[in-house]
Design a protein around this ligand. Structure first.
Ligand SMILES: NC(=O)c1ccc[n+]([C@@H]2O[C@H](COP(=O)([O-])OP(=O)(O)OC[C@H]3O[C@@H](n4cnc5c(N)ncnc54)[C@H](O)[C@@H]3O)[C@@H](O)[C@H]2O)c1
Length: 290
C-alpha cells in the first residue's frame, strides 16, 4: 500500500501579517468571497476576517461554510454571513447580493479543473461546464456588485485564476483557456473601472494544498525529497498564503496596482519546465534521457 506525505503540523495562522486589534486594517469593510468554505477561499475568508472585515461567503457546502464562518468569527471578523448555494445559479447570485448589500471587496474564487481529459475526446457540453465553473460566474457576480462600487467610488476585486492560464496544461486545455480568460478579464476590467476608484487584480495559484488538490496526501512518501526539487520554495502552498495575498491586493498597500495577476506558486512559473536535481544542478529533461 502506498504511504503518502503528512502535511506540515498545523494549525496554520490565518495571516502572517501583523495587526493592531484596536484598529484592524479592514475595519468597516465588507468582503464577498465565493467558494469560501474550504481550500483557498477559506484561507482568504480567514485572512480578511483576521484583519477585521465583515465577510459574506457563498458555497455549495453549507455545513462546511458555517464551520468556516465560526472560525472566521474567532479570527476577528465582526460578522460572517453564509449564503449556501451554487454560484452558477442566478438565484444564488441574487441571494448573495441580498445578503451582502454593497460590499467593498469581491473575491471570485470558485473554479475547478475537473473533470479533465484529452481535448480530442471532449464534447461541447464539457466546454460549457468548464465555462460555467471557471468564467461565467466571475462575469455575473462582478456585474452584480460593480454598479454599487462605481456609485460609491471605491472597490476592490480579486479573481482567482491559475498558472495554467499562463502556460499550457495538456489534459485540461479548456480549463486552461477559461483561466486565461479570467486573467484577461481582470486586466481589461481594471483598465475600465480604475477611473471609479475600483481596482481589479488576480491570483494565479499552483500546487496549493486544498480539497481539490491535496498535495501532501497525494504525494507518495518515498518521493518526499522531490517536493523541494519541484517547488522552488521547498513546500506546497497553504490557503493562508493566498489569504495574505488577497489582503495585500485589497488593501492600500497595493494602491498603485491594478490589472495584475500575481503568481502564487512557490516559484513554479519562475523557471517552468526546469527542475532542481541537487543543490547546484538543474534539468529540463525527462528523467532517464541521459
Ligand atoms: N489549489 C491549487 O493549487 C489551485 C491551482 C490553480 C488554480 N486554483 C484555483 O483556485 C481556486 C480555489 O481552488 P481550491 O483548490 O481552493 O478549490 P477547492 O475545490 O479545494 O475549494 C473550492 C471551494 O469552492 C466551493 N465550490 C465549488 N464549486 C462551487 C460552486 N459552483 N458554487 C459555490 N461554491 C462552490 C467548494 O465547496 C469549496 O469550498 C479555484 O478557482 C481553482 O481553480 C487552485
Amino acid at each position: 500500500m502506498t504511504e503518502y506525505l503528512a502535511p506540515p503540523p498545523g494549525p496554520e495562522p490565518p495571516s502572517a501579517l501583523p495587526r493592531d486589534p484596536e484598529h484592524p486594517l479592514f475595519a468597516g469593510r465588507t468582503a464577498v468571497v465565493t467558494g469560501g468554505a474550504r481550500g483557498i477561499g477559506a484561507g482568504i475568508v480567514r485572512a480578511l476576517a483576521y484583519h477585521g472585515a465583515r465577510v459574506v461567503l457563498c458555497d455549495t457546502e453549507g455545513d462546511a461554510a458555517r464551520a468556516t464562518a465560526e472560525t472566521a468569527l474567532g479570527d476577528g471578523s465582526p460578522e460572517v454571513t453564509v449564503v449556501a448555494g451554487d454560484i452558477r445559479a442566478r438565484t444564488t447570485v441574487d441571494a448573495l447580493v441580498a445578503a451582502a448589500g454593497e460590499p467593498d471587496f469581491l473575491v471570485n474564487n470558485v473554479g475547478d479543473f475537473r473533470p479533465s481529459g484529452p481535448f480530442l475526446t471532449s464534447e461541447e457540453r464539457d466546454w460549457q461546464d468548464m465555462y460555467e465553473l471557471n468564467l461565467l460566474h466571475i462575469l455575473r457576480v462582478t456585474r452584480a456588485f460593480l454598479p454599487a462600487m462605481v456609485e460609491r467610488g471605491h472597490g476592490g476585486i480579486v479573481n482567482l485564476s491559475s498558472v495554467e492560464g499562463l502556460r499550457g496544461i495538456p489534459g485540461s486545455a479548456v480549463y486552461g483557456a477559461f483561466k486565461a480568460a479570467a486573467i484577461a478579464f481582470t486586466a481589461s476590467l481594471a483598465a475600465e473601472v480604475g477611473q471609479y476608484g475600483i481596482r481589479v487584480n488576480g491570483i494565479a495559484p499552483d500546487l496549493t494544498d486544498t480539497p481539490q488538490t491535496p498535495m501532501w496526501a497525494s504525494t507518495a512518501a518515498k518521493y518526499g525529497d522531490h517536493v523541494g526539487k519541484w517547488v522552488p520554495v521547498g513546500r506546497f502552498g497553504h490557503p493562508a498564503d493566498h489569504g495574505d495575498a488577497a489582503v495585500f491586493l485589497l488593501s492600500e498597500q497595493s494602491r498603485f496596482m491594478t490589472g495584475t495577476t500575481l503568481n502564487l506558486d512557490g516559484g513554479t512559473m519562475a523557471a517552468p519546465g526546469w527542475l532542481r536535481r541537487d543543490e547546484h544542478r538543474y534539468t529540463n529533461m525527462p528523467r532517464g534521457l541521459r
